[in-house]
Design a protein around this ligand. Structure first.
Ligand code: PMP
Length: 407
C-alpha cells in the first residue's frame, strides 16, 4: 500500500489540471460525478484497443478474454462490497437503473393492493419515483419517514409507519442533497425484526465509507460507478440471492434466457437473468480499475483524509456571515449544502463558476427535500479524494466575492 500523498493523487486525475476562465479549476461537484484517474481511462481504452469483443457467447480467443475480464470485474465488485457470491452482483447502468430494477421486479412479485412501501423524506428522485410508479400500478401506498430540523431521520416515526402491509423499506445511505449519513444499521435492524427487506441507495455512501453488505445485512444495495471514480454508464445492484432468485426478470431478450421456443422461454441463472442484452463490458472493466486504484491507496487512508477536508470545509463555511447550512448534523460526509442570505443559489453558482469553482446549484434531484425545508434550492459543494484544504480557502474566498457583489 502506498502512503497517502495528495499531490501524487492529484497527478492521477488529468481533468483536474485545467483552467476555467483563466482560473485553476476547483472541482467541488463530485457528488454529481467524480473525475476519473488515468488508470481508469487507460483500462477502458485498453479494452477497446485489444480484447474488444462480446461476452459469454464467442468461442474465439478475444471473446473468452473479454468474458474473463468482465467476470473478473464482477468478482472485484463482489470482494469490494463483501457480497456472499458474485452471482449477487448485477451490472446495471447506474443507481437509477438498479432501483428501477428492484422496484419493478420485486414490486411485480411482492407488492399488491393496499400494501405499503417506505422511503424517507430526503431521498433522491431515483429512490422515490420508481416506488411511486409501482405503488400506483399495484394500488399500494408510499409512506415517508419524516426528518427533524437537522435533516436527520426520526426513527420513532419510522417505527410507527411500519405495518403488516409494509413490503419493503428503501433509504439512502448518504443523502446527496444534505450529506446526511442515515442510520441504516438501525433501519435494517428494525425492518428485519418486522420481516421487511431493506434496499440501500448507496450512490453517495459507498464513496465515503467501507461497505460490507453481509455485515450490514441489507437485502439490496445500489451504486453508480461514475460517482466512485469509474466511468459513466456502469452501476451495480447487489441483492441477496434468495430475493434475486424469486424476482422475475426486469428486461428480456438475449443473455437472460436459458432456452427460447415460441411456446415458452426459460430464464438464465443469476446474475445473467437480470442482464439482458450486451452488457457494458468496457466500463465494468473501468469500474474494476477504479476499485483497484482506491484499494492501492488504501480505503481507510482515503476516508480519513476526506474527513479532514470535510471538517475543515464545514468549519470555514460556517464562519461566513449570512451562511445557512442545510442539514446541521454531525453524521455527514461528502456534501455541504448551503445558501447565502438573500442571494439566489443560481446567481452564486454562476459567479463561482467564473472564478473557476465548480459547484452544483438547484434542488439536486431532491425536490421533496427542498420542500421539507421550504426552499427552492441550495448551493452544493461536494468533495472527492483529490480535494484539498487550499481549495476550501479558494471556495471561501469566492463566496466572499459573491457576497460583495450581491451584498
Ligand atoms: N441516489 C443518489 C443518492 C444519488 O446521489 C444519485 C445521483 N445523484 C442517484 C441516486 C442516481 O444516480 P445515477 O444518476 O448515477 O443513476
Amino acid at each position: 500500500m502506498l502512503k497517502f500523498n495528495i499531490q501524487n493523487i492529484r497527478k492521477d486525475f488529468p481533468a483536474l489540471h485545467q483552467e476555467i476562465y483563466g482560473k485553476p479549476l476547483v472541482y467541488l461537484d463530485s457528488a454529481a460525478t467524480t473525475l476519473k484517474p488515468q488508470v481508469v481511462i487507460d483500462a477502458i481504452s485498453n479494452y477497446y484497443s485489444t480484447i474488444n469483443s462480446n461476452v459469454h457467447r464467442g468461442v474465439h480467443y478475444l471473446s473468452q478474454q473479454a468474458t474473463d475480464a468482465f467476470e473478473n470485474a464482477r468478482n472485484t465488485v463482489k470482494d469490494f462490497m463483501n457480497a456472499g457470491a458474485s452471482k449477487e452482483i448485477i451490472f446495471t447502468k447506474g443507481t437509477t437503473e438498479s432501483i428501477n430494477l428492484i422496484a419493478f421486479s420485486f414490486g411485480k412479485k411482492f407488492i399488491g393492493k393496499n400494501d405499503e412501501v417506505i422511503v424517507s423524506a430526503i431521498e433522491h428522485h431515483a429512490n422515490i419515483v420508481p416506488w411511486q410508479m409501482i405503488c400506483e400500478e399495484k394500488g399500494a401506498r408510499l409512506k415517508v419517514i419524516p426528518v427533524n430540523e437537522n435533516g436527520e431521520l426520526i426513527i420513532d416515526e419510522f417505527e410507527k409507519l411500519i405495518s403488516d402491509k409494509t413490503k419493503i423499506v428503501s433509504v439512502a445511505h448518504i443523502s446527496n442533497s444534505l450529506g446526511i449519513r442515515n442510520p441504516i444499521e438501525e433501519i435494517i435492524e428494525i425492518s428485519h425484526k418486522n420481516g421487511i427487506p431493506v434496499m440501500i441507495d448507496g450512490a453517495q455512501g459507498i464513496v465515503h465509507e467501507k461497505v460490507d453488505v453481509q455485515e450490514l445485512d441489507c437485502d439490496f444495495y445500489c451504486f453508480s460507478g461514475h460517482k466512485l471514480y469509474a466511468p459513466m454508464g456502469i452501476g451495480v445492484l447487489y441483492g441477496k440471492e434468495k430475493w434475486l432468485n424469486e424476482m422475475p426478470p426486469y428486461q428480456t431478450g438475449g443473455e437472460m434466457i436459458q432456452s427460447v421456443t415460441f411456446e415458452k422461454t426459460t430464464f438464465n441463472k443469476l446474475p445473467f437473468k437480470f442482464e439482458a442484452g450486451t452488457p457494458n463490458v468496457a466500463d465494468a472493466i473501468g469500474l474494476e480499475a477504479a476499485i483497484n486504484y482506491l484499494q492501492s491507496i488504501g480505503l481507510e487512508e482515503i476516508y480519513k483524509y476526506e474527513k479532514g477536508v470535510f471538517g475543515c470545509a464545514t468549519k470555514k463555511l460556517s464562519e461566513i456571515p449570512g451562511m445557512e447550512i442545510l442539514g446541521n448534523s454531525s453524521f455527514k460526509a461528502g456534501v455541504i449544502s448551503f445558501n447565502l442570505e438573500n442571494i439566489h443559489p443560481y446567481d452564486a453558482g454562476t459567479i463561482l463558476d467564473r472564478l473557476g469553482v465548480a459547484v452544483r446549484t438547484g434542488n439536486h434531484c431532491a425536490q421533496p427535500t427542498m420542500d421539507r425545508f421550504g426552499i427552492h434550492g441550495t448551493i452544493r459543494a461536494s468533495f472527492g479524494i483529490y480535494n484539498t484544504k487550499e481549495e476550501i480557502d479558494l471556495l471561501v474566498g469566492a463566496l466572499l466575492k459573491v457576497k460583495e457583489m450581491f451584498g
